[in-house]
Design a protein around this ligand. Sequence first.
Ligand code: ATP
Length: 367
Amino acid sequence: MAEIQLQRVGKSYDGKTMAVRDLDLHCPQGEMLALLGPSGCGKSSTLKMVAGIEPISSGAILFDGVDVSRQGSAARNVAMVFEDYSLYPHMSTYDNIAFPLRIRGTPHNELKKRVDGVVAMLGLGDLLAEPVRSLSGGAQQRVSIGRALVRDPALVMFDEPLSHLDADQKVMLRTEIRRLQTTAGLTSVLVTHDQTEAMAMADRIAVMSQGLLQQVGSPEALYHAPANLFVAGFIGESPMNFFAAVHTGSQLALRDLPGCALALDRLDLQAHAQDITLGIRPEDIVIGAAATGTDALPLQVRVLDRECCGDRDVLRVAAGEVVFHIEQPAPCAVRPGDVLPCGLPLSRLHAFDTASGRSLGARRSAC
Ligand SMILES: Nc1ncnc2c1ncn2[C@@H]1O[C@H](COP(=O)(O)OP(=O)(O)OP(=O)(O)O)[C@@H](O)[C@H]1O
């Protein structure tokens, strides 16, 4: 397995607009790195450039310190797992897995040993003779992972591998892929638009937007210390709440909530900006009597509605005209129409420069 480095990699399809700009990334040997971002952010272009399917427009791609930018896919020994499995439907599980070795003319004994090893690793022993078209989606994807691994690749690229599966199979297979990836020490790149998938599977996540890398870090780092407004809003199942604020002397006043302000020195800002966006995660907001402590920004809210999400309830609330979300452990006694105090604990607040989007620091530094 290889160590992968991207150095200022750029991609333009038309010679004018950049689909990927100056991308610096490092995937150490044995790590799973997720490329995450909305549609059109440049993840597939990046995957294709790393795999050697698309040429790069600028920069360099290194495998184990060797520049492979001009090499094709085969020379880089990159295996791909696609969302649509890309198997031969009429062929058996065994023959699909053995296929990459057969076309390379691998001697029979060696081929059998390698296929048997992969079959055991993936628990596909009972399905060897089945034509893959008769298998469930999850089993087909396991066969396609087997086919990727059997050739002992330098890098495995997973391109939205769970997109075609139902919810149960998704959860099972993502655990399975993660187990395989860690036990076999696979260097892998996962391309996904699904943050839950990226958070559950990857060692580190590279968040992209409009061809630019926004932040790369562990799932925890992205969640607790987002580098900018984009990452703060993109990561988290219930998105972060944002409040526009402005300096008035030594105070930071919330723009849309007259009379609501806090002394600037109560925030641990690492830089200053005229217009600041405060952010807080829905689960960090406190409601009821516990909300009135001095270390919180107090607000009076009206509950608009309540969404039941199993072990937690999500409340949509309004303070004046400002609507935001609060998450509470379920069952929560609050009902639509209730008016109650809530507090935004200062230790949980994130602050961003509104103009640039860049983080100005957060009191909590969990990572
Ligand atoms: N073959 C191509 N020719 C021209 N433009 C392309 C080509 N492939 C991608 N693009 C453009 O490059 C930009 C990045 O696309 P890319 O497919 O890499 O993003 P993505 O994040 O993978 O999106 P999606 O999740 O929808 O596949 C987009 O503006 C897209 O229109």
